[in-house]
Design a protein around this ligand. Structure first.
Ligand code: DX5
Ligand code: ZN
Length: 218
């Protein structure tokens, strides 16, 4: 992997689902390492996407780091399935489980990297007790469920707060930001302390993908 100051994890939610491999090939050809896979159940969020069978089939065609964002109720029911489908990172929502510590521990027991995600209305203090356990904290900067929404600027405060806690406590989690990331706000998001930027529409709709990446990485 190339040494980068910030990582980009393109969300294929914004790609053409009739040609998912085309999106994976594009991401790889640009030298990126991650792909963000948004799993939605129509209950935790008002939208439905795909499940572990789809991810398992994509796995056969790609060496990218599969960054799987589970927007599903009680994710612990399916962690084993997603781990076995070839996910590298599995992120669960704090709001989707009564047993967050257990869900995160299950991901780690499967030998995968674990992330915890929080919705815009959730405060950092609600996940404080699992910060020592996780590899990623995903700050949702839109309400989850759809691509192409506008970045909620209040999210920057949460990124800064997480960055402070990380320094104070010596934690090693990486901060991932998801929703409405684009060329107008990436600098503020990075300055606040984000390490990984998820980008759907802005990435797939960019006229020139190489200059989009160069600008984000600059
Ligand atoms: C939203 C998803 C995001 C989404 C981001 O619920 O979790 O990953 O695909 O897409 P953009 O960048 O278009 O907001
Ligand atoms: Zn996502």
């Amino acid at each position: 992997m190339k040494d980068r100051s910030v990582l980009i994890s393109p969300s294929i939610l914004a790609a053409d689902f009739s040609e998912p491999c085309h999106a994976l090939d594009l991401i790889s050809s640009l030298g990126l390492d991650y792909v963000h896979l948004d799993v939605m159940d129509g209950s935790f969020v008002p939208n439905i996407t795909f499940g572990f069978k789809f991810i398992k089939d994509l796995r056969k065609r790609s060496d990218l780091v599969f960054d799987v964002h589970l927007m599903i109720e009680s994710p612990e029911r399916y962690i084993k399935n997603f781990a076995q489908s070839g996910a590298d990172i599995i992120t669960v929502h704090k709001e989707a489980t009564k047993h967050l510590d257990r869900a995160i521990s299950m991901i780690k027991e499967e030998g995968k990297e674990a992330g915890v995600a929080i919705n815009p209305a959730t405060s950092i203090c609600e996940i404080e007790n699992v910060l020592y356990l996780v590899d990623y904290v995903l700050v949702m900067s839109v309400n989850p469920g759809f691509g192409g929404q506008s970045f909620i600027p209040e999210s920057l405060k949460k990124i800064r707060e997480l960055n402070e806690i990380r320094k104070e406590e010596g934690y090693e989690f990486r901060i991932m930001v998801d929703g409405g990331v684009n060329l107008n706000n990436h600098k503020a998001i990075k300055d606040a302390g984000a390490d990984i930027l998820v980008t759907g529409e802005a990435f797939f709709k960019a006229d020139d993908h190489e200059s989009f990446i160069e600008e984000i990485e600059s």
